[in-house]
Design a protein around this ligand. Structure first.
Ligand code: PEP
Length: 253
């Protein structure tokens, strides 16, 4: 069985000026020695270039919060995976529930994005998760399976092995309502099982499955100690360098 290094990712959403982003980095990096944990920060597109320069030689990697699937052309306002790679990004968040709900991204578009991201040597952090209504109707597993099967269509096993899946129940995002560690573990394990059926056990044992949804310093350790939770995608609590550092430490056991 492969040993999966936990991956803690900060999704800053629509927050932080350049000065605030660099101030965060200075404070966050002050004490932290990163070993046995991967840390990823997703600033706005505008922060990527200067943060990549500031992080040169550091084990902290950058993610884009979004990406388009075309390489170039008449797509006003969009950013391509090749551009993200060029600027020093390693990851791209794809299919965040805010992109799905507010910007109307459907599973087909998310699949196009996942494939374009892999094609450009980036790693997708693919977000999946059920709404409260779907959970209450007992549809959680069907929703997760449908998202994984459509979002990963055309992906080949050696790509899938590098994938990061973020299981983010929509009702837990930004609400302060964290899933119980049992529910978070069950969602992450289910996602891994679907990947196992779609590909093979080498892939399902290599890919990392994060939990996301109101992860905070005081619940991180318990969530991250679950056997199928290989990290966290953190929104609100990632804006504060002290809170984010505490969450990263939670992954160290
Ligand atoms: C997110 O946006 O992916 C997220 C999990 O946000 P929060 O941590 O604020 O719930």
């Amino acid at each position: 069985m492969s040993v999966r290094i936990p991956l803690i990712a900060a999704n800053w959403k629509l927050h932080k000026t350049l000065a605030e982003a660099h101030d965060f980095l200075d404070k966050f990096r002050e004490n932290l020695k990163l070993q046995d944990v991967d840390v990823v920060i997703a600033p706005s597109f505008l922060g990527l270039h200067s943060m990549a320069i500031a992080l040169k030689g550091s084990p902290i990697h950058l993610a884009a919060q979004n990406v388009y699937f075309e390489e170039k052309g008449a797509f006003t306002g969009e950013v391509s995976p090749g551009m993200l790679h060029d600027v020093g990004c390693h990851y791209a968040i794809v299919g965040h529930s805010e992109r799905r709900a507010i910007f109307g991204e459907d599973d087909t578009m998310i699949n196009q994005k996942v494939r374009a991201v892999f094609k450009n040597s980036l790693i997708p952090i693919l977000c999946i998760g059920e709404s409260l209504e779907q959970r209450e109707n007992g549809e959680t597993e069907a929703v997760l399976e449908r998202q994984l099967r459509t979002n990963l269509e055309g992906v080949v096993p050696n790509q899938a092995a590098k994938l990061v899946v973020a299981y983010e129940p929509i009702w837990a995002i930004g609400t302060g309502k964290t899933a119980s560690s049992e529910d978070a573990q069950a969602g992450c394990k289910f996602a891994r099982n679907v990947v196992d059926e779609m590909f093979n056990s080498d892939v399902s044992q290599s890919l990392r499955v994060q939990y996301g949804g109101s992860v905070k310093p005081d619940n991180a350790r318990e969530l991250l100690s679950q056997p199928d939770i290989d990290g966290a995608l953190v929104g609100g609590a990632s804006l504060d360098p002290i809170d984010f550092e505490a969450i990263v430490r939670g992954a160290l056991g």
